[in-house]
Design a protein around this ligand. Structure first.
Ligand code: 48H
Length: 257
C-alpha cells in the first residue's frame, strides 16, 4: 500500500479533535495520573461516568514506575492484593502479608486497565486553575505542559465537570489552588496542612482515611490526601494509593445513585 503523509496527519487531527470535543464537558476530571488516579478512573469509567485524566508528564503512571529508589519493585499489603490481581498484575508472596510486584509491569497493567474501562488520558497537559460556580468546583483550566514549562504567555482553555479529583501526589496542587483562590478546605486550618515525615504504617492508613471531599465537588486521592491533612509519607508501599483510589470512586458513585 502506498503511504500518503497527509493521510497520516488527517487521521491524527480528525480523531484527536473528535475525542477532545467529547471531553470538554464530563462527569469527572482527575488531575494527575499516578496509581491512585488510575484506580479511581477505572472504577468511575466502569460505572459509566465520563472520566478524563490530565497528566503533566509525557507518560502516565506518576511515581509508580520507579519502584523503591529505582529498583523496579513495589510492595503492597494483603488488603490491596485484589486491586492488583484484578488488572492482571503478577504478585510474589514476600511473607507476613507483604507482596511484591514489578513496578514497570504494574504501572503498564494499571494504565491499560483504566484506558480499557473507557477513561481518557491526556498526557503533557497541566491543570493550572479550577472553575468555581456557586461555591463549588465546576471544572478545570488546562494548558499544554510545554507552554507552562517554557513560560510562554498563552491563555489556557476550560473543561467543565461535575467532580474534580486532586490526584497530584505530594504537592496537592489543586487543593493549594482552591484554598488560595476559593476559600477554606475541610481541614483543621482550612488550608493544606502539609505532608509529614515517613511513618509507613500511619501514612498508609491515613491515606485511605483522608480520602474525602475537601471542598464542594473537589475530592482528593492518593499521596495528596496526606499532604492536605498533614499526615506522614510511607515510601514505596502502594496499597494505600490503590485503596484510596477505590474509596474515592465509591464515594462519587454512591453520590450519583
Ligand atoms: C497535571 C499534574 C499536576 C497538574 C501534578 O505522585 P503520583 O504518583 O500520585 P499518587 O498520589 O497516586 O501516588 C503517589 C506515589 O507515587 C508516591 O509518590 C508515594 C507512594 N510516595 C511515598 C513517599 O514516601 O514518597 O502522581 C501524581 C501525578 C504526577 O505524574 C504529576 O506529574 C501529576 O500528578 N501532576 N498533572 N496538572 N497541575 N500536578
Amino acid at each position: 500500500m502506498p503511504i500518503d503523509e497527509t493521510m497520516i496527519t488527517r487521521s491524527i487531527v480528525k480523531r484527536a479533535y473528535r475525542d477532545f470535543l467529547d471531553h470538554i464537558d464530563v462527569d469527572v476530571v482527575i488531575v494527575g495520573c499516578g496509581p491512585s488516579a488510575l484506580v479511581v478512573a477505572r472504577y468511575l469509567a466502569q460505572a459509566g461516568m465520563s472520566t478524563v485524566i490530565f497528566e503533566r508528564k509525557l507518560a502516565p503512571g506518576g511515581g509508580m514506575w520507579g519502584g523503591g529508589m529505582n529498583f523496579p519493585v513495589i510492595v503492597v499489603q494483603e488488603e490491596s492484593k485484589d486491586l492488583m490481581e484484578e488488572v492482571g498484575i503478577p504478585l510474589e508472596d514476600a511473607g507476613d502479608g507483604y507482596f511484591t510486584a514489578d513496578s514497570v509491569q504494574s504501572t503498564a497493567h494499571m494504565i491499560a486497565a483504566a484506558c480499557d474501562a473507557g477513561a481518557m488520558i491526556y498526557n503533557a497537559v497541566t491543570v493550572e486553575d479550577v472553575l468555581i460556580r456557586d461555591g463549588e468546583v465546576a471544572g478545570v483550566v488546562i494548558n499544554w505542559a510545554a507552554v507552562d514549562h517554557l513560560g510562554m504567555h498563552v491563555d489556557p482553555i476550560m473543561i467543565r465537570s461535575k467532580y474534580v479529583i486532586d490526584a497530584t501526589g505530594h504537592d496537592a496542587e489543586i487543593c493549594c489552588i482552591v484554598q488560595r483562590k476559593a476559600g477554606a478546605l475541610t481541614t483543621p486550618t482550612g488550608k493544606v496542612e502539609g505532608e509529614r515525615s515517613m511513618t509507613a504504617e500511619v501514612g498508609e492508613r491515613m491515606t485511605v482515611e483522608n480520602t474525602m471531599e475537601v471542598f464542594p465537588r473537589l475530592y482528593v486521592t492518593g499521596m495528596a490526601c496526606n499532604a492536605v491533612m498533614g499526615a506522614p509519607r510511607m515510601g514505596p508501599i502502594f496499597g494505600g494509593m490503590l485503596m484510596s483510589g477505590c474509596k474515592a470512586a465509591e464515594m462519587i458513585i454512591a453520590r450519583e445513585r
